[in-house]
Write a protein that binds this ligand. Sequence first.
Ligand SMILES: C[S@@+](CC[C@H](N)C(=O)[O-])C[C@H]1O[C@@H](n2cnc3c(N)ncnc32)[C@H](O)[C@@H]1O
Length: 248
Amino acid sequence: MPNSPSVAVSDQPRPHIKSKQRVAAHGEVFTPPHIVEAMLDLVEQETANLASRFLEPACGDGNFLEPVLRRKLAVVDRFYKKSQYEWERNAVLAVTSLYGIDILEDNVQACRERLLGVVAERHDTHFEEPNLRFLESVRYILARNIVWGDALTLLTVGSEPAPIVFAEWSPVNGSRFKRRDFVFDDLLHPEQASLGPRQPGLFGEEQESLFHKPNRPLVSDRGENVFLPHRLREYPPVHFLELSHAHG
Ligand SMILES: C[S@@+](CC[C@H](N)C(=O)[O-])C[C@H]1O[C@@H](n2cnc3c(N)ncnc32)[C@H](O)[C@@H]1O
């Protein structure tokens, strides 16, 4: 990979386990690629849709997320290869759609690096001009979307566990993305999110005030119950090449 410093990609076959100790402690056994591909074939249309979101809740180093990303980038290649700018914008869209959680920090780092490596490698294949701002945006999104956390307790792991928060990235006005953060627990349990007081102390006062809790369930004009997740925080739209600078 001549153009992208500090991004490593390996073509080596990946082992199914790293150690017996990790299997015993964390059930870490990796899914073989042919099984992953067969499973992804079942949702082929979604893997070809740049905006369709995927969450791998015990992602390891990304055995599902990587091939989903490759499938999406194949679509980006097909439609946008002639323009570096358009390719980069749509590659960013593809990356924003991928989410992962793992309880082991080294897996989380490896997953982020692996996905970044795939994007960088594809970029280098098509374009002579490296674009560090593009790579920084991709790196920034992956740092938010691939979470070091416990998918059972829905808390982050580390010295100060906190509720897992996921960012939703929506393309607006052509080249900008709007980020809105949501508490993962609320997305999984909407009935709980719209009821009663939240466990005190989990969020600061400023963030608590952002929650809007309707008293009654919302109903669509077709009479169906509607789930509107409460956003924790939202950010102004930012150019896709400026994400890492704008959000800090
Ligand atoms: C069976 S491996 C699957 C890895 C990958 N999804 C695959 O299919 O190859 C299980 C993964 O879940 C992680 N894990 C175990 N308990 C977890 C938990 N409570 N929350 C999040 N990840 C967990 C392990 O670290 C390991 O990477």
